[in-house]
Design a protein around this ligand. Structure first.
Ligand code: HEC
Ligand code: HEC
Length: 512
């Protein structure tokens, strides 16, 4: 009998036509912490990732949008952040939200690979090659970002907590949101670190995980970010797919092999989806249609004129980071590992089917033209701030206001001018593939699924030190779980003057 090694060698010699283009396997050293952070750091990061304590109103966690049982995303085109209740496509907004998150929650598989030197669809957080920032990182926080963050993933974890719509909440609701609205990010991080320090369970974990932390007072938010990054690095590593087996020389089916050959050959996919993560980490404009409220970018202004809301609906991608015309509507090439688990696809979840996403690449401009906007789940209640002498309160939009508000989800795609702008920016030339060839590429993409990634809900802890229900829970954990004693202790300080923790700290404040 031949040993697996001999078989592997034989196979590589007979089917390895594209061996030169195929990447090497992922190795421990390709990852931060060489793939193996200390168990103390990992466990602390794990608690933090699932604990709503990091959100202003204590009602949403990282994992609410990056669910380990939903492809590390939330299964919807555009996330509903702070203020939503429930998880995934069942998440609802009766208690009021100010809007949708404008982009699709990115999958976190292999996000701890050192090759990721930029974060987000537009890379607005990145290792700074030019120098100039003390932190060595270029980011929307500019020089407020502390020094000593030694990688982009750790720096990334400093940001979701600063987003009003993702985690911080609205001004007037909690002190973190107030600090964020004044762009005092340092204060927001200080308040959150204070929350953690006031919790005996967390304080102990921080002291154990970091040599430099001797007492609770030494805890800073960048320590929390480091632990989260360590957890993400180890927990979301995923390289046990059949593609990995193929890289080691094991065979695939004839169809899959044909798909691989096209992917690395005539179809040109690997010119962007290259390397062991199937991304070049670069930015390309491929005319993915826009849905959703956009990023308040661009100069069109027609939505504002029509609706009366001073809001710009474009999301111009990388252009907003570099200001270079060549980057208009360019987004970072996504990794395709586990791609069949990570839909809807595209930077805004424009495509609900993987096949449509792949076919879009064949003739991007034609696909943009014939595109029908994906249905976004309706928002039950949208709120807006009403300022008075006594402070700020929130009011639900009237039906008429809602009509004008909701138009923003489809405004860009409905505008011929804006559609043409996206089409003009496109850099991907059409490629002619038969239906059979598309099918084999899709079969190849399935081989990128790591079976161990399909459901990693075992990562969700049953309890976290805050005593709040870890998210995502099963059903509406918010209503059924009672905070533990540790949680009650953590809140007894009430240093920030918050009301009793609840799923949504806002519902009773809305005036309908
Ligand atoms: C409300 C949903 C939501 C929450 C909560 C959330 N994220 Fe995200 N996450 C997103 C979205 C959406 C993006 C893409 C944003 C963009 O490109 O502008 C993203 C991007 C990321 C990325 C970048 C991945 C890449 O490939 O560049 C990382 C890492 C990440 N999130 C980790 C976290 C962590 C850690 C937390 C908690 C501290 C968190 N997220 C909380 C929705 C969320
Ligand atoms: C010019 C570079 C380029 C080429 C060539 C290319 N892609 Fe892409 N691909 C991208 C970019 C950029 C995106 C993200 C675009 C966006 O969201 O706006 C993307 C998105 C995708 C997605 C969606 C992934 C997700 O998580 O949302 C899939 C699937 C995909 N590409 C498959 C392919 C296949 C198959 C081929 C070959 C037929 C191919 N790509 C060729 C750049 C490219």
């Amino acid at each position: 009998m031949k040993s697996p090694m001999t078989i592997a060698l034989l196979l590589t010699t007979c089917i390895g036509a594209q061996a030169a283009d195929l990447p090497g396997p992922l190795e421990d050293r390709d990852f931060l912490w060489n793939g193996v952070p200390s168990p103390e750091l990992y466990e602390l990061g794990r608690s933090l990732f699932f604990d709503p304590i990091l959100s202003g109103n204590r009602n949403i966690a990282c994992a609410t949008c990056h669910d380990p049982a939903r492809g590390t995303g939330d299964g919807v085109s555009l996330s509903i952040g702070e203020g939503g209740i429930g998880f995934g496509p069942e998440r609802v907004t009766q208690d009021g939200v100010t809007g949708r998150v404008p982009r699709n929650a990115q999958p976190l598989y292999n996000i701890g690979a050192r090759a990721y030197t930029s974060m987000f669809h537009d890379g607005r957080l990145e290792l700074d090659h030019m120098g100039g920032f003390p932190s060595r990182l270029r980011s929307p926080a500019n020089d407020q970002l502390p020094e000593g963050l030694d990688n982009a993933l750790t720096a990334q974890a400093m940001f979701p907590v600063l987003s009003a719509v993702e985690m911080a909440g609205q001004p007037g609701e909690n002190p973190v949101a107030d600090a964020v609205s004044k762009r005092d990010f340092k204060q927001a991080w200080r308040l959150l670190a204070g929350r953690l320090a006031a919790n005996p369970g967390y304080a102990e974990q921080f002291v154990t995980a970091f040599d430099e932390i001797e007492a609770a007072d030494d805890i800073r938010f960048d320590h929390a970010a480091t632990a989260i990054a360590a957890f993400e690095t180890a927990a979301f590593r995923s390289d046990l797919s059949r593609f990995d087996a193929r890289l080691a020389g094991w065979p695939m089916t004839t169809t899959e092999e044909a798909g691989l050959e096209l992917f690395y050959g005539a179809a040109g996919c690997s010119s962007c989806h290259s390397g062991p993560l199937l991304t070049d980490h670069d930015f390309h404009a491929i005319a993915v249609p826009q849905i959703g409220p956009g990023k308040d970018q661009g100069s069109d202004g027609s939505y504002a004129v029509h609706s009366g809301y001073p809001h710009r609906v474009e999301d111009q991608g990388r252009f907003n980071v570099t200001g270079e015309k060549a980057n208009l509507y360019a987004f970072r090439t996504p990794s395709l590992r586990n791609v069949s688990l990570t839909g809807p696809w595209g930077h805004n979840g424009a495509f609900a089917s993987l096949e449509d996403m792949v076919r879009h690449h064949l003739d991007t401009v034609a696909s943009l033209t014939r595109y029908t906007p994906a249905e976004l789940p309706p928002l039950d209640t949208v709120i807006q701030p009403v300022r008075s002498r006594t402070g700020v309160s929130y009011q639900a939009l009237s039906p008429m206001q809602r009509g004008a508000y909701d138009l923003r989800d489809i405004w860009v795609h409905s505008s011929e001018r804006l559609r043409n702008e996206i089409a003009r920016a496109n850099t991907l030339a059409p490629v002619d593939l038969s239906d059979e060839e598309v099918s084999s590429i899709l079969a190849f993409l399935e081989t990128l699924t790591d079976p161990t990634a399909i459901d990693r809900s075992y990562l969700v802890p049953t309890v976290v030190p805050s005593g709040l229900p870890p998210q995502p829970g099963r059903g509406d954990a918010c209503l059924s779980d009672t905070p533990s004693l540790a949680g009650a202790m953590a809140f007894s300080g009430k240093a920030e003057g918050l009301p009793e923790p609840r799923c949504n700290g806002r519902g009773d404040k809305i005036q309908h």
